[in-house]
Each structure stands twice: as structure tokens, then as C-alpha cells.
Design a protein around this ligand. Structure first.
Ligand SMILES: Nc1ncnc2c1ncn2[C@@H]1O[C@H](COP(=O)(O)OS(=O)(=O)O)[C@@H](OP(=O)(O)O)[C@H]1O
Ligand SMILES: [Mg+2]
Ligand SMILES: [Mg+2]
Ligand SMILES: [Mg+2]
Length: 353
């Protein structure tokens, strides 16, 4: 096997591991006044900002020329009113950057003892995520905490990083600190990183970095089919999924889970399809919410399209453009789900539902 994107993979895993340690410790010590509400009414915590600062700093050290499409920006933190949060973010980010963690990550990537940064350097690191995206060249996407609402509830969330080259996702890394390593063996505990390199397969490793396990989506019998879907009804239409489920005579209840942990669970065979249909409010899906998950599912043998059956286009900028939803499923399931989605869509247009 060739070493495609071998350095990028190592750096990305190291960055995501650091960020996962950070977010776990933030959750365990989260106090009031550490969460802001953004312009779109969604929450952002000190954990989101600090994790983006850490990942961006590591990427800058390893690949200084690569642009970054990151979810967060530091505008509010630069204001006087943001100073308390700012100080906490700087402390958290520096703690994570300087932390001693072994197994493959090392000081050459701007992490490890002595790698603390100034406030200005960390705010700039957050703001390096302002790249507008586009069709050509290399770029990284960072979603420092995907599923922030799940994070705040103590449920699933994910630290998500991808490398896109000429609009194709080449590498995806999804850290899930709260996900069971193996649902069949809960005593193994929680903390998983999903990794995929285009053309080279998908794997799961433990948050500790150990036990790489290849991932392959299994074939599902009809009675085993179930959907993975968002927790928040505002993020994807639950009622539409119910109709698709009925059309496919799916008996099992959908599994609701925040974040790209859904793509990870699909890739390891927990749930037969991830359906995310728009709620009709004109929301545009962001590339950082899907790029790592899409390459993961494809490399585990699955298919990811919109409701027209077209691949997601990561070359349009920071968003996926007009929202036609997302259907991710294994090879043997995707066509059936797509057909049912289109039927449900037609019914909706004809006012039958
Ligand atoms: N209206 C609307 N429609 C679709 N998607 C939206 C919408 N608003 C927000 N978002 C994005 O949803 C991301 C979280 O998705 P999830 O699948 O984790 O949602 S859920 O928490 O399970 O409900 C969430 O990612 P994070 O902000 O990283 O948590 C947002 O990018
Ligand atoms: Mg957010
Ligand atoms: Mg997100
Ligand atoms: Mg986020």
C-alpha cells in the first residue's frame, strides 16, 4: 500500500487527539459564561474555540501554506466583552498544545512541552479558518466540535478534520470522545477516532491511538434496516425520515445521535443509512459537517449523495450550495433509500403527506 497522505494522516490524528482531550476536559469543568450564542442562534463554547485554535496551530506548523475552512472565528473574542472567555480559551489551548501525549504525535508538529502560544497567535490561529473554499487546490476543513448541542448535553459530539484537494476529500478524521469503542463490549469504554484516506480504506482507532480496526459496512437484511438521524428536529426533517422509513417497511426505530458520529456509526455497521433532509428553512449545509464523514463512509464501501443521487460537491465554497439533503448508506442499501426518498419527495410536492 502506498503512503498516500501519510504525513497528513499522522498530523491530522495527532491534532484531533489533542483537541479531543481538550473538549473532554472542558466538558468536565464547564462553568456558566463559557458559552456564547452565535448570530444564527447556535451555541459555541470555549471548547469549540480552543479546539479550533489547537488544530489550526498544528496544521500551520506542519503545512504552513495550506488554507483552512474552519467553522469558528475569533471576532467576538477580540472584543473587550470577550476577554474572560478569551483568557480561558488561551489557557485551554496552551494546555492542549503542550500536553505530553505519546503514540505517534511529536514536537515536530508544533505540539508537546514548550509549544505554548500567545493570545494573539491563538486568535490568529482561529481566524486562519476563514478561507472561502473553492474548486482547486488543497484546503483543510475544521469543525472543532460538531454537534455542540450534543456536547453540552453530555451526549455525542465529534472533532472533525478533513483534507480536500481539488474538491475531492482525500482524508477524513473524526474524533468521538463519548462513543463506545465497541457497543458489543461496553466495558472497553469510550473514545474513538475514525480515519479514512481516499482509495486506502477506513479504520477506527481508539482515542489512545491504539488498535487500528478496518471498517466495512455490512449488508443488511430487510428486518435489520434502521436509520441514523439528527437529534435536533431543526437540523433535519424527522417526519420526512418517518415517511421514507414507512415506504421501506422499516420496523426499527431511528437512532438519533448528534454530530458526524452518525457517519462513523454507519461506517461500522450500526444503522443502515444516515438521512439528513432539509427542514425547508433555506439552510445551506457546511462542508465541515460532511467532508470527513463522506470520505469515511465511501472508504468503508458506502455511497454518499444528495436526494437527487448526485455526489456532494465540496468545491462550491464553505457550503454545499443549494440544500438537496444527504443520503449515506452501504452499497446494497443506498439505491433503495434513494428511491424511497424521491417517492416521499414527490408525495410532499403533490401535497399527499
Ligand atoms: N437548520 C439547520 N439545518 C441543518 N443543519 C444545521 C442547521 N443549523 C445548524 N446546523 C448544523 O448541524 C450541525 C449539527 O448536526 P447534527 O446532525 O449533529 O445535529 S443534531 O445535533 O444531531 O441535531 C451543526 O454543527 P455544529 O455547529 O458543529 O454543532 C450545524 O452546522
Ligand atoms: Mg456550530
Ligand atoms: Mg458541525
Ligand atoms: Mg461545530
Amino acid at each position: 500500500m502506498s503512503l498516500a497522505y501519510a504525513t497528513e494522516k499522522q498530523v491530522a490524528i495527532a491534532a484531533v487527539r489533542r483537541a479531543c482531550h481538550l473538549t473532554s476536559s472542558v466538558f468536565n469543568n464547564l462553568v456558566t459564561n463559557e458559552t456564547l450564542t452565535k448570530g444564527d442562534k447556535s451555541p459555541v463554547t470555549v471548547g469549540d474555540y480552543a479546539a479550533q485554535a489547537v488544530i489550526s496551530s498544528v496544521l500551520w506548523h506542519a503545512f504552513p501554506k495550506d488554507p483552512i475552512v474552519g467553522e469558528e472565528d475569533a471576532a467576538e473574542l477580540r472584543e473587550e466583552s470577550g476577554s474572560a472567555m478569551r483568557d480561558r480559551i488561551v489557557a485551554l489551548a496552551n494546555e492542549a498544545l503542550a500536553e505530553e501525549i505519546t503514540l505517534g504525535d511529536n514536537v515536530d508538529w508544533g505540539i508537546g512541552p514548550g509549544q505554548e502560544k500567545t493570545t494573539e497567535q491563538l486568535l490568529d490561529a482561529i481566524d486562519r479558518g476563514n478561507y472561502p473554499g473553492g474548486r482547486t487546490g488543497r484546503m483543510w476543513t475544521i469543525d472543532p466540535i460538531d454537534g455542540t448541542k450534543g456536547f453540552l448535553r453530555g451526549e455525542q459530539y465529534a472533532v472533525c478534520l478533513s483534507l480536500i484537494v481539488d474538491a475531492q476529500v482525500q482524508l477524513g478524521v473524526i474524533g468521538c470522545p463519548n462513543l463506545l469503542i465497541d457497543p458489543a463490549e461496553p466495558e472497553l469504554g469510550r473514545g474513538v477516532i475514525f480515519v479514512a484516506v481516499k482509495g486506502h480504506g477506513a479504520e477506527q482507532i481508539r482515542l489512545s491511538g491504539a488498535n487500528p480496526t478496518p471498517l466495512r459496512i455490512p449488508d443488511f437484511a430487510q428486518e435489520e434496516l434502521s436509520f441514523l438521524e439528527s437529534v435536533e428536529a431543526a437540523h433535519s426533517s424527522h417526519s420526512f425520515n418517518d415517511r421514507v422509513s414507512a415506504l421501506l417497511s422499516i420496523a426499527r426505530r431511528p437512532v438519533r445521535m448528534d454530530s458526524q458520529a452518525k457517519y462513523g456509526c454507519l461506517a461500522r455497521g450500526e444503522g443502515a443509512a444516515y438521512l439528513r433532509m432539509p427542514t425547508g428553512v433555506g439552510y445551506r449545509e457546511k462542508i465541515w459537517d460532511h467532508a470527513p464523514g463522506a470520505v469515511l463512509v465511501e472508504e468503508a464501501g458506502g455511497i454518499v449523495t444528495d436526494s437527487r443521487g448526485l455526489p456532494l460537491d465540496f468545491g462550491l465554497g464553505r457550503t454545499l450550495g443549494e440544500n438537496f439533503g444527504v443520503i449515506a448508506a452501504g452499497l446494497g442499501t443506498h439505491a433503495r433509500v434513494l428511491q424511497a426518498v424521491q417517492q416521499a419527495g414527490n408525495e410532499q410536492e403533490n401535497g399527499k403527506t
